[in-house]
Structures are given as C-alpha cells and as structure tokens.
Design a protein around this ligand. Sequence first.
Ligand SMILES: [Zn+2]
Ligand SMILES: [Zn+2]
Length: 350
Amino acid sequence: MDLSIFFAGTGGSVPTARRGLPAILVRRGGDRILFDCGEGTQRQLVSSIGLTELTEIYLTHFHADHWLGLPGMIKTFDLRGRERPLAIHGPPGLRALLGLVLQMAGRVGFELEVIELGLGDVLIRDGYRVAPVAVAHRGRAYGYALFEDERPGVFDPQEAVRLGLSEGPEFGRVQRGETIRGVTPEQVLGDARPGRKLVLSGDTGPCESLRIAAHRADVLVHEATFAEEEDERAGQTGHSTAVQAARLAREAGVGMLALNHVSTRHPLSVLRDEARSVFSPTVIPRDFDTIEIPLAERGEPMLVRWEAQAAAGARPGSGEPAASAQPGEGQPAASAAPGEGQPAAAEAPG
Ligand SMILES: [Zn+2]
Ligand SMILES: [Zn+2]
C-alpha cells in the first residue's frame, strides 16, 4: 500500500513566487486527505498532480493562511458535479468558519460534513487512524497524527510444516487467524509489526504533546517559521525555529523531519544547516515535492523532488498540458529561487 505526503504549499503566512500557502496532501492507497488549504491550493494542485477528488479535509487552525483556499476549492468541486459527501475536520470553531466559507462559495450540491474534533478523538479509517494533537500556537490549534493499523507478523512456513500443516490453503487460513489441528497463528507468525506513522505539526511552538505524538513516527512534518537568531520572536508568535523542530524530532526518534511553513525572512540554507546540526535526517521540501514512506522492511522515507516526478510523467488527473509547455509559469526550479528573498511581512506570521 502506497503512502506518501505531497507538499502542495510549503510557505507560511505569505505566498512567494516559489512557495504556496500551507497545504499537504496525504495519499494512502486510493485515499486523498488534505491537511490545511491555504489560499491558492486548488491552483497549486491543478498546476502539479491535478485537482484530485479529496476523501476528506483537516484544518489545523483558523489563521487565514491555512484555510482561505477552501471556498474556491469547494466551489470547483461543485461545478465539476461532485456527488459524494466531503468531510471537513478541525478544532472547535470550525462550524462558524464553514458558515463563512459557504457564504463565499454559494450553494453546493454535495453534502459537506463539518466535524469539530476534541482532543482524544480518534477517527478510524480503513487501515489507519487520524487523531488531533494539542499544539502550542495562538488560539486553538491542532497538529495531526496519522497512523496505520498493526500488521501481522512474518509467517514462518518451515515452522508451519514442522507443526504438521500442509502448504496451500492451510497456510492462508492460519495467517488469517484460524487455528488448524491445534496449530495457532501465534506459533507460526512473528510479532505484529507496527504500521507507518506520520505526524503534522501545523503551526506551533515547541510542544510536549506533539513530541509524544511523534514518538518513532516515520515522518514528522514540522513548521520552521524562523531561524535561530529570531528564537525570541518565534516564542512570542507561537512558532518554532528550525533548531527547535530538529530537537523535537531527535527527542521523538522520528525517521525523517520535513520542515515547512518556512518564511522569506531566512535563507533556506540557514534553516537547513541549523536543523541538520541537531538532527541530520532533515529535509526542506519545495512545493510539489513528495515524501514516499515505504513499509519499514522496504526502506526509509525518501524525499522525491518534483522535477524527478514530472520527468517520470507524474501528472495523473491533471488533464492539462504539462507545465513544460508553459515556460516561465511552472514549477519551482532547482536552482536560483527568486521570491525566496522577498521582504517579509512585518506583522505576526499566521
Ligand atoms: Zn500559518
Ligand atoms: Zn497560525
């Protein structure tokens, strides 16, 4: 089962030429789960992998940089004739926000389910669960953990034969939990294997509950709005520095740290070097990059740059000519990054 994180927008507070506002699409099997929906998210998706039919949406909090893309996206789904319901989850206050969103979007023909989550809620899906995590931002804000169900242990065919089972259907039955002629599944299966786990911080300062939730996660996506020289300002605004994110990742023992919600204030190389000095498996995805998360026995999480995906023809569902046909309009380039150096907004970042 494929599991990946697609970064539709990796900037924070204000968009730049290279970075859209926060939006992360988690893809697991056929499920498409969007976390946050900053202004321009549907454009970001149309310009990359296509505006896919979403399974559900989760908002981390209600600062404008995290939800302003919702009205337009909902309207587009309606114009396209979406029929299946769309569930939108978030902290308490979501219902009032969605009232406003629907005023903007106008009447839509499909059902919108609005679900205000409380801490301790765990949403059970087919093969995985999603749970909100308390974080330390301004106002009510959640991170989210997505974790898969445990997988059965590895089957030992030699032991099964030794215990008297015969190869064929009996092997399948005992692996599915049946006891056959006194041979129990426990005798022929190794220990259950943990499923994969990914944790998204949303906007937050360093946060104990997030550290606990991220324990041994395969991937932690953590905001890094500031570099270390502005740690005081990070504290005042409920945000983190790259070093703080890296410390949390190290203490939680995660497999990979991906920094997002990066601002124009600091060169990326500074954020990256500061974070890696604390926790070396740190990456800073650009817009449209993907982190693939294989099952543990198949390897480590891996950042795949958009250029590599595009070269491999990863444009399903777009239905439009590839961006390469529109020079100058397209993807984040590997080299110089004009726009990363724009003056930053003076007010508190969102
Ligand atoms: Zn924000
Ligand atoms: Zn915020």
